[in-house]
Design a protein around this ligand. Structure first.
Ligand code: O2Y
Ligand code: MN
Length: 607
């Protein structure tokens, strides 16, 4: 560690940061410590390190310029919720939505695992800003990692390197994030292409001290600690304590044919097409939709009482399978170069391929496990959670102001899930409290015919169940409290459902670009021009005149009526499940939400 101190002097004057880096280096015993500056030269060095290690291969410069393909260990392919822990001092503060362990016990467990865990490896010191550099909505983190793949990915997903250290200065606050793949190279042992520790994964958060420790995985949300761990689990705690919102939401800019723009955030559970919606190409003539973010929104109050949002990330870590010219043309363009692909298939001409990318599969490919693959193979060519990692600046639909340090004013929040029945295409909350209730009962329906499972609701309130760093009952209370702030002008709340099906299982709504019709109705509601009818469940677009624009839409008037009907029997049948779900949160559940449920039942019964 002889050169650690001189590197400190070059990079930072922050005594707390230097001391912490030394402490973790002493614990984990890396061969070298590398302070990341975020430069292009450093990017080249990281890429070469990964090529030499066999972690990535270069794709064809003609087919996919500047791009790489990584194949992970088959035991390390996704977030691991059952190994994700919120170690609050008191179990009750983690809530039934989290796995809790006593922080002192967890510290002892992790100390033993991290001791010597970086031997034979380089420890990268990765300073990063979540949110535009220097914005009052942003925060600084520093991740220590023994994975060059993670360091390279953090350069894409965050503002990483010297500029983040400069913002931190000599005495700024930062969220410490410690990460090891948990595979020390003892006595010169040969490395493997994707080191990890499949048996011993721990994704640990200490909410009171705002720390993150991650062991054993090099994949995505487990390892790129700025994303789910910091920007959602730790940030949700910071937001609760400081009076703002850290949410699992995309952010869109919608511009009407008259040239007026509004910003809309949207909470959707994983695998509901969030990235596609964030980059949607509207079919509705003369409307424009642009992207601010696809996954996370940090929203703080401006002086005018509105919530101003930033996308804390600077890149996209999107699911590749299903991404194609029909579902997301902007993403197809975006990943045409300078992209890191993970667990996609490689074609014989040195490109990548995944299911849903093209109509025609290649006649031959190397699948995500490195095996020969043909269309007759029994398993998919790309892993279902195969990913692209790419800078947001590459996305053709980014709004020019996506990095504005002031953030963008949020006029509406959309909530949604996968509901084949009951929930209409769109309905609007009557006020913030009603909208909070709608968010609290957000759910998707199980459709696979397992005995007794069909029609059962899986709840994912505000799409935050896996990402809220504290008790969900307190989280609901926080939503209600922020609206009490003097002068608060809260966004309007809408519940959308693109996933209604008919009796034969066919989708009733075409989705994708046609979702712009729903966005346009939401826009008109926000600006006060749109019509709505009051119903027991909230405000719905009228069917026909004044409602959803249907010119040029291939959906019959009968189907539109079905999509926008209130299924009173269906809602009534689901109320017991809503009640059971909310009661899970016990004493911490705000009484306002049960009052909302009771009032909904009363309105439904009154017809
Ligand atoms: O499996 C992973 O590690 C990634 S999960 C993910 C990635 C990007 C955006 N959202 C998610 C999610 O699970 O919500
Ligand atoms: Mn997500």
């Amino acid at each position: 560690m002889a050169n650690t101190v001189s590197q400190h002097q070059a990079r930072t004057a922050h005594p707390g940061l230097k001391a912490w880096v030394d402490e973790i280096a002493t614990l984990t015993q890396p061969d070298q410590v590398h302070w990341c500056d975020g430069s292009v030269e450093e990017q080249g060095l990281l890429v070469q390190t990964l090529i030499d290690a066999g972690t990535v291969e270069k794709l064809s410069e003609t087919r996919r310029p500047g791009s790489l393909l990584a194949r992970s260990d088959p035991a390390d392919v996704a977030r691991v919720e059952d190994r994700t822990f919120i170690c609050a001092q008191r179990e009750v503060d983690a809530g039934p939505n989290n796995h809790w362990r006593d922080p002192e016990e967890m510290r002892a467990t992790l100390h033993a695992l991290f001791e010597g865990s970086m031997r034979g490896r380089t420890m990268y010191v990765v300073p990063f800003s979540m949110g535009p550099l220097g914005s009052p909505i942003s925060y600084i983190g520093v991740q220590l990692t023994d994975s060059a793949y993670v360091a390279l990915s953090m350069r894409v997903m965050t503002r990483m390197g010297q500029p983040a250290l400069d913002v931190l200065g000599a005495d700024g606050d930062f969220v410490p994030c410690v990460h090891s793949v948990g595979a020390p190279l003892l006595d010169g042992a040969k490395d493997v292409p994707w080191p990890c520790n499949g048996e011993n994964k721990y994704i640990v958060h200490y909410p009171e001290t705002r720390e993150i420790w991650s062991f054993g995985s090099g994949y995505g949300g487990n390892a790129l600690l700025g994303k789910k761990c910091f920007a959602l689990r730790i940030a949700s705690v910071m937001a609760r304590d400081e009076g703002w919102l850290a949410e699992h939401m995309l952010i869109l800019k919608v511009t009407s044919p008259e040239g007026e723009a509004r910003y809309i955030a949207g909470a959707f559970p994983s695998a509901c097409g969030k990235t596609n919606l964030a980059m949607v190409v509207p079919t509705l003539p003369d409307w424009k939709v642009e992207t601010i973010g696809d996954d996370i929104a940090w929203m703080k109050f401006g002086e005018d009482g509105q919530l101003y949002a930033v996308n804390p990330e600077s890149g996209f870590f999107g699911v590749a399978p299903g991404t194609g010219a029909r579902t997301n043309p902007n993403a197809v363009d975006m990943v045409s170069r300078d992209t890191v692909f993970t667990n996609c298939a490689r074609t014989d001409d040195g490109d990548v391929w995944w299911e849903g990318m093209t109509g025609e599969p290649p006649a031959h490919a190397i699948d995500w496990r490195g095996q020969d693959w043909t269309p007759d193979s029994e398993s998919p060519a790309a892993h279902p959670n195969a990913r692209f990692t790419v800078q947001a600046a590459r996305c053709p639909s980014m709004a020019p102001e996506w990095e504005d340090p002031a953030g963008v004013p949020i006029s509406a929040i959309m909530l949604g899930g996968r509901r084949p029945n009951v929930i209409p295409l769109v309905h609007e909350a009557t006020d913030w409290e009603h909208g909070t209730f709608m968010g609290s009962i957000m759910s998707s329906e199980t459709t696979i015919a397992q005995a007794g499972e069909v029609g059962k609701l899986r709840f994912d309130p505000m799409a935050m169940l896996p990402f809220c760093g504290y008790h969900m009952g307190d989280y609901f209370a926080h939503w209600l409290t922020v609206a009490q702030r003097e002068g608060a002008r809260m966004p309007r709340i809408f519940y959308v459902n693109w996933f209604r099906r008919d009796d034969d299982g066919a989708f009733l709504w075409p989705g994708f670009g046609e979702n712009s019709r729903v966005l346009a109705w939401i826009f008109r509601r926000i600006t006060g021009e749109g019509e709505a009818v009051q119903t027991p469940i909230g405000l719905l677009p009228p069917v026909g005149e004044g409602g959803i624009e249907t010119d040029g839409l291939d959906v019959s008037p009968e189907t539109m009526a079905e999509l926008l009907a209130v299924d009173t029997e269906g809602w009534l049948a689901q109320l017991p499940q809503f009640r059971e779900h909310l009661e899970r949160f016990g004493d911490k559940l705000p009484p306002e939400l049960i009052a909302q449920l009771d009032a909904l039942e009363e309105r439904l019964r009154a017809g």
